[in-house]
Each structure stands twice: as C-alpha cells, then as structure tokens.
Design a protein around this ligand. Structure first.
Ligand SMILES: NC(=O)c1ccc[n+]([C@@H]2O[C@H](COP(=O)([O-])OP(=O)(O)OC[C@H]3O[C@@H](n4cnc5c(N)ncnc54)[C@H](OP(=O)(O)O)[C@@H]3O)[C@@H](O)[C@H]2O)c1
Length: 341
C-alpha cells in the first residue's frame, strides 16, 4: 500500500487530498498540531493523525523518518520551512509543495498583495514572472509572496522531485476562512439584497480543494521537478459565485451593484479584483490532470458544510478576523434607503 504524509492535513487542502488518496487505496498520515481537528470521516476511513510541529526538526523526523511515497506540504511558507523538510526527501517518492498565485507579478511588478492591485494581461501561466525570493515575516502582505518564492526555489533546487502547486482562492470543507461564508451567512440570515462592486464582474480564480486533490494524486504518480497552477477549470465572476450560492439554497435576493467606496465596506467581497486574475491550467492538463468539476459543481459541498456548521454552532469556525466589517447589514440597509428613498 502506498503511503502519503500530509503536513497541515486537517486544513482545507489537506483534508481533500487525504479523502482522495484514501479512496484510491493509500495509507494516509494526517499531520497537524491539534488532533481534535481531525475530520471524523478521515479517521473512519483509516487515516492516521500524527501530531506535528512544522517548525521542529525532531517533530518532522517523527512523521517523515520512515519515508513515504508522497509528501504533501501545505505548510511551507519560507526558505527556512523548506530547508527543514529537505533532509527527509531522499526517502520520499514524490513531494508536493503547496504554493500560491500570490507569487506572480504583472508587467509593473504588482502582485495580489500590493497596495496597487495587479493588472494581468490574460491567463497567467507558470512562466509568468514572480516576485524575487525574500525573507522577513511571511505573515505580512509584503512578506508572504517573497517568502513563498524563496520556499519554492529552495524545494526546486533541492535535486529531489518536487512539484510546486500554486493555488488561488481555495474552497472546500474545513476552510478557515471559507470565503463562501460571505454569501452563505447572508442567505441564512434571509437578506433580501446582495451588494456587489464593479457590476459583479471581478474574477479571482477559484481553486476547489477537491480539484487540487486530483492534481496532487496525478503528480504523486509522476515524480518530477516542476511548477503547476492549481485552479478550477472555469473562473467564475463574483456575480456567478453569488448566484451559485443563492441558487443552491433557492434563495432570491436583489442584486445591487454598488459603487466602490473607501469609507464603506458595502459590496466588498473576498473575490474583488481590479482586473481578472485567471490561472492558465494547460500545463496540468498536459500531465493528464482531469478536474472533478467546475466551481459550481465542486462548491456545493462547501455550501452544505457551512450551512450545517452554522445550524450546529452559529458562526462557529467562521467567526474570524477575516470577516470583520464584512457583515455590516446596517450600512447595506442605509445604502438601499438612499437608492430607493
Ligand atoms: N486557502 C487558500 O485560499 C490558499 C490559497 C493559495 C495558497 N494556499 C496555500 O495553502 C497552504 C495552506 O493550506 P490550507 O489552506 O489547506 O491550510 P489551512 O486550511 O489553513 O490549514 C492549515 C493546517 O495546518 C495545520 N497547522 C498550522 N500550523 C501548523 C504548524 N506550525 N505545525 C503543524 N500543523 C500546523 C492546521 O492545524 P492545527 O492548527 O491544528 O495545527 C491545519 O491542519 C499554504 O501553503 C498557503 O500558502 C492557500
């Protein structure tokens, strides 16, 4: 039986990868700090939870010391993180490092975490220029991308077969934050209007965790050193995302196209962009990757999971700083009053 080790395995990508690999007959070790976050279905299907502190070499040795056919590293945020894992790769068949489209720069050097938003000229392929590798705090807007690039380079220069997968806006069970909560909460709260900026035309490519899981499974059988984009086969507009959520719950609301306003959060969704951000998925397709489905086909499980969690414990896991200011219903009601006095 082939063995996979997933660092950050209880997260949104790790869970989906574990489900996919278990279904294909793999033995799966799900590694994270808190065993209490181990999804019950994974344990029931035979996945093993291993306690891991990703920053600690001896902890890594305890989960990787016996080798593996596949290592999925969802927790490499810097060159230092990559360097901690590389000593174990000699006994790993194929390694996947989860990276991000945040590494890409446009013609003016802007990226998704710049103060001025990037303007890409069409789908972004893996050969698009990236930020220069850097260090410092990866938990900051300016530090995240350069540190991710440094982690990518460190893995790719290691001489081991490492596939770097650059994800975009990930959706799936266990996401924290789950961006779809922006719409699901409004639906469950019975809101009668949804506000969208830019005519709802913003596009920030979505990445279903279940699609990333297939991509991971694909490269598990094709060890190599490469970079691949990881996104859905379609790139829905924010209006399409809103309609998918509303349609799923048979909720009807008025679509109100609000003006962008720096003094107000009305209509500011997690997918807003200055110009479309779309990842070119042709390199993955050439390797034989066949996604599970489109955004609308794959997001249903997330919508149901969010609604179920909400009924169980209210906002629960989505009560996160990420959503601060994003549910200002009073401001929305005020906006409507101005439109329809
Ligand atoms: N989510 C997105 O939209 C998105 C987009 C692009 C790229 N990415 C990339 O995806 C990766 C994150 O994957 P994800 O979104 O699946 O993560 P996630 O949902 O945030 O889950 C993170 C997982 O890692 C565990 N963890 C966190 N810190 C740890 C540590 N120090 N030691 C051991 N375990 C730790 C967490 O459980 P415990 O807290 O219990 O340890 C959890 O299992 C990152 O590399 C990120 O750059 C994500």
């Amino acid at each position: 039986m082939s063995k996979a080790v997933i660092l950050g395995g209880t997260g949104v990508i790790g869970q989906a990868a574990a489900r996919r690999l278990l279904a294909a007959g793999w033995q799966v070790d799900v590694c994270s700090r808190n065993p209490g976050r181990m999804p019950a279905d994974l344990a029931a299907k035979g996945a093993r939870h291993r306690i891991l502190d990703r920053a600690d070499a001896s902890s890594l040795r305890s989960v990787l010391g016996d080798g593996a056919d596949l290592l999925v590293d969802c927790l490499a945020f810097s060159a230092a993180d990559a360097r901690l894992v590389i000593p174990f790769l000699g006994s790993v068949g194929s390694t996947v490092m989860i990276s991000s489209k945040a590494v890409y720069v446009d013609g003016a050097g802007r990226h998704v975490n710049s103060e001025v938003r990037p303007q890409f000229n069409g789908p972004i392929s893996e050969t698009n220029p990236t930020l220069a590798p850097g260090s410092g705090d990866h938990n900051t807007a300016e530090g995240y991308g350069p540190n991710k690039v440094a982690a990518e380079h460190t893995f790719l220069d290691s001489g081991h077969p490492v596939t770097v997968i650059r994800g975009s806006k990930v959706h799936g069970q266990g996401a924290a934050p789950a961006r779809e909560w922006y719409f699901v909460k409004r639906i469950l709260d019975g809101r009668s209007a949804i506000f969208l900026r830019n005519g709802g035309r913003s596009i920030d490519h979505t990445s279903a965790a279940v699609n990333l899981a297939v991509l991971i499974e694909t490269v598990a059988g094709l060890p190599g050193s490469r970079v691949l984009n990881g996104a859905d086969p379609d790139a829905p507009t924010v209006l399409e995302i809103a309609r998918t959520a509303a349609g799923h719950f048979r909720h009807s609301w008025a679509e109100v196209f609000s003006e962008g306003d720096s003094t107000s959060d009305v209509g500011r969704t997690p997918w807003d962009t200055a110009s479309p951000i779309v990842l070119d998925m042709s390199a993955a397709a050439k390797l034989g990757y066949i996604p599970v489905g489109t955004y609308a086909q794959t997001v249903a499980e997330t919508l149901d999971w969010l609604a179920g969690a909400f009924r169980k414990d209210g906002a629960g896991a989505q009560d996160l700083p990420f959503f601060e200011g994003r549910f200002d219903y009073a401001a929305e009601d005020e906006y409507l009053k101005i439109l329809t006095p």
